[in-house]
Design a protein around this ligand. Structure first.
Ligand code: ZN
Length: 442
């Protein structure tokens, strides 16, 4: 697909997340994603075109190629959400259920998966790092990566990206198809060439020209109308699985777009334009491809965002729980000091009394030694030790009393802190209760 097609598909995905009826579980998050996105949409053309203009990884990461195989292998076609038209067309395809061969050297699905994960990671880093941290990613950067991801997802819906037949001869039917699409986008919306972005309508989406192509009208209409299915499909658990399923049905669509009776090396633009496949079905199939591409981009984006938001909610709750547990510990400690004080004081006072007696006795022994003119060195040493011991024990007793007074005076405050921490935890738990639906399929 070409530059404006990619950018437009990304904008339509954003619009779908805003306009479609999103399931209750993800509704708030979808709203928050759109609010976030609206600040960064100006990068949509450069971002969604970055893989072609800068990365140039077309020969490995923009494709995943299948061909029919006459071997014995049992084909395993994925079960996709029923609202996907590519899937519905695929189920009725001649090649559905027949063995296929998948070339191993391409990694479009891996690219989509790794981009999705890195988006989530970037948001986590953005959340955890302090403002001004040298390693913090900017929102602009993350938005760029959303648009870059949309490119790979969209490419998977271009049937010829999933078809091992090569149409890249001098006539290049692949480019011919993509040129038709891109021209239609450019003729349906106002593009701000000077700033490499779309002109926007009051809602912030590409501004429509008075005479739009039927294809674009269809997609605009469909993105509001089509039911938004949150699940990836049966047996699909993540971006990789889902994209792998898309690539299978995109491969089946390739054989509708250019049926098997065409010889790939012979087909010219002229021949293709005059073929029944083109004349009768090209725009019908284009609608399927575009509407589903918008659907898939919206789905992968929203899943990534919701996973980040779930992590964020979990992190917040863990923080409040840690506060509660620290407050509980402080209160228990103060209570223990207060409870232990009477017996501690008694023990400690008795020790002081004994030490006082000892000092008295040592003092008497010393005095007597001096009076009798004997060597008083040992008695002096014993008296010194007894005095030191008395000082130590007296200080300990004073410390015990100070600790007790401190505990008594802080008790009410510590109780209040614990109550406040408990309230915070309860409030957070209530807030995220609706996100704890185990059947949400995230
Ligand atoms: Zn591409």
């Amino acid at each position: 697909m070409k530059k404006y097609t990619h950018a437009w598909l990304a904008m339509m995905a954003m619009k779908r997340i805003e306009k479609a009826k999103i399931p209750e579980r993800q509704k708030d998050d979808a709203k928050a994603l759109i609010t976030w996105f609206k600040n960064y949409r100006d990068f949509v053309i450069s971002g969604s075109w970055y893989p072609d203009s800068v990365f140039k990884d077309m020969s490995t990461s923009h494709i995943v190629k299948y061909r029919p195989d006459d071997g014995e292998a049992t084909p395993s076609f994925r079960i996709m959400p029923p609202t996907l038209q590519l899937y519905q067309y695929g189920l009725r395809s001649d090649l559905y259920g027949k063995p296929f061969f998948l070339e191993k050297k391409h990694n479009l699905c891996d690219r989509c998966e790794s981009f999705t994960e890195s988006l989530i990671d970037s948001f986590k880093i953005l959340t955890m790092e302090n403002e001004g941290s040298p390693i913090v990613p900017s929102n602009n950067h993350i938005a760029m990566r959303f648009f870059i991801l949309s490119h790979y997802i969209a490419d998977c819906h271009m049937p010829l990206h999933c078809d091992a037949r090569s149409f890249a001869n001098d006539n290049d039917v692949h480019a011919f198809i993509e040129e038709i699409w891109d021209k239609q986008v450019q003729n349906s919306y106002y593009v701000d060439d000077d700033n490499n972005r779309f002109f926007y309508d009051p809602e912030g989406y590409p501004l429509k020209q008075p005479e739009m192509s039927e294809l674009m009208e269809y997609v605009e209409d469909e993105l509001e109308k089509r039911e938004f299915v949150w699940d990836w499909g049966r047996g699909c658990n993540n971006t990789w699985d889902y994209m792998s399923g898309i690539s299978q049905y995109s491969y089946l669509m390739a054989y509708r777009l250019i049926p098997a009776d065409h010889v790939p090396s012979d087909i010219t633009r002229q021949l293709y334009r005059e073929s029944d496949a083109f004349k009768e079905h090209f725009f019908e199939y284009s609608k399927v491809i575009f509407a589903d591409a918008v659907e898939s981009i919206a789905k992968v984006w929203l899943h990534a965002w919701v996973r980040y938001r779930d992590w964020f909610r979990g992190t917040e709750l863990a923080y409040y729980k840690a506060q509660e547990s620290a407050a509980d510990k402080d209160l228990k400690k103060a209570n223990k000091i207060i409870n232990d004080y009477p017996s501690g004081k008694e023990t400690q006072s008795a020790k002081v009394m004994t030490a006082k007696e000892a000092v008295k006795a040592k003092q008497a022994a010393y005095d007597s030694a001096i009076a009798s003119g004997k060597n008083a060195d040992k008695a002096s040493e014993a008296l010194g030790k007894a005095r030191t011991r008395l000082t130590e024990l007296t200080e300990k007793l004073a410390a015990l009393e100070a600790e007790y007074k401190e505990a008594v005076s802080s008790l009410e405050n510590l109780k209040a802190l614990l109550v406040a921490a408990k309230v915070q935890v309860k409030r957070k738990q209530a807030e995220i209760k609706k996100y704890e639906d185990k059947n949400s399929g995230i």
